[in-house]
Design a protein around this ligand. Sequence first.
Ligand SMILES: [Zn+2]
Length: 256
Amino acid sequence: MSFKLIDTHAHLNDVEDITAALTRAKQAGVSTIVAQGVDLASNKKNLEIKQKFSDMDIRLAFGIHPGNISDKEIEETFEFIRDHKSDIVAIGETGLDFWYQWVRKDDEEKKKQKEIFTRQIDLAQEFEMPIVIHSRGAWKECFSIAEEKNVERAVFHWYSGPEDALKNILNKGYFISATPALGYSKELRAAIEFAPMDQILIETDTPVFFRVEDGGFQSEPKDVFKTLGFLSEIKNIDLEKAANLLNQNAEKVFGK
Ligand SMILES: [Zn+2]
């Protein structure tokens, strides 16, 4: 490809051979990767990766994912994020995950997720940074909290929720992001069809395992070009033009 692309959401800490993956990303034309943290260890690891691969434009989001809340590490994680304010461009990946029935039935768990999410919104606002939201099974709840807290910049990552919540998200000026699941996920396709080009980001959620029936591969940052391919078809915009628009959007959200 003759043009560059930004992968706005990758869990570099989980990549097995990071040197090889970053080399392939560079060769494919990935100019920038926004590495997302989910807990203390991954936030730390991504910082190390950024420092080690300083020839690559790696930007950091630090956060606590709703599926990675460890009671005894919460305060230390917040402290770590505070100490590294100047190293990061966003707070995330945070949010709520009410996908599983046991969570939906567990009021304490939901309360805890909401509390940790809200504290991260407070931090993002204090830092004047965007927030990256995981909202699976809790699309309306995530939106309500963001709206109530007057969040200005937010990304609803891998949005696959209902249309009414999506309308609210877009009306508020928030972004949604697409992964390579755009190739098969009806929900994600519907959301991307509906959203205007200037409120879409693309990503890989590296390293996600896509089942054989879904294409059969493990995502890595270079696969942001796959996401671009699907998006360009759905939106009927040529690849390079779509890439330029998406890069602009990414800079608007995660610009330094
Ligand atoms: Zn993620």
